[in-house]
Design a protein around this ligand. Structure first.
Ligand SMILES: [Zn+2]
Ligand SMILES: [Zn+2]
Length: 83
């Protein structure tokens, strides 16, 4: 099950579980759409993998399966993955 992390690892912007602006890689590193499209150019800076839009969990399912509140932020900020 996806953690649905609460923020962007790059800029620490809040990414609530119902936002369409959250992007994740296969390891669920989580970024906002702005960072994904500008800084990261669609690649996860941690694993080099593809970043795709995070699916939105239906509100009634969030009651039983709540989103993570564990914030993950890259200490040194983000740079694009080395190709
Ligand atoms: Zn961001
Ligand atoms: Zn990753």
């Amino acid at each position: 099950m996806l953690e649905l992390r609460p923020n962007c690892e790059c800029c620490n912007k809040d990414l609530p579980p119902d936002t369409a602006d959250a992007m994740i890689c296969s390891f669920e590193c989580t970024f906002c759409r702005d960072c994904t499209e500008t800084t990261l150019v669609g690649r996860c800076p941690n694993c080099g993998g593809e970043l795709v839009a995070r699916p939105i969990r239906p509100a009634e399912k969030l009651l039983k399966y709540p989103a993570s509140n564990r914030r993950v932020v890259k200490q040194d900020g983000c740079v694009a993955a080395v190709a």
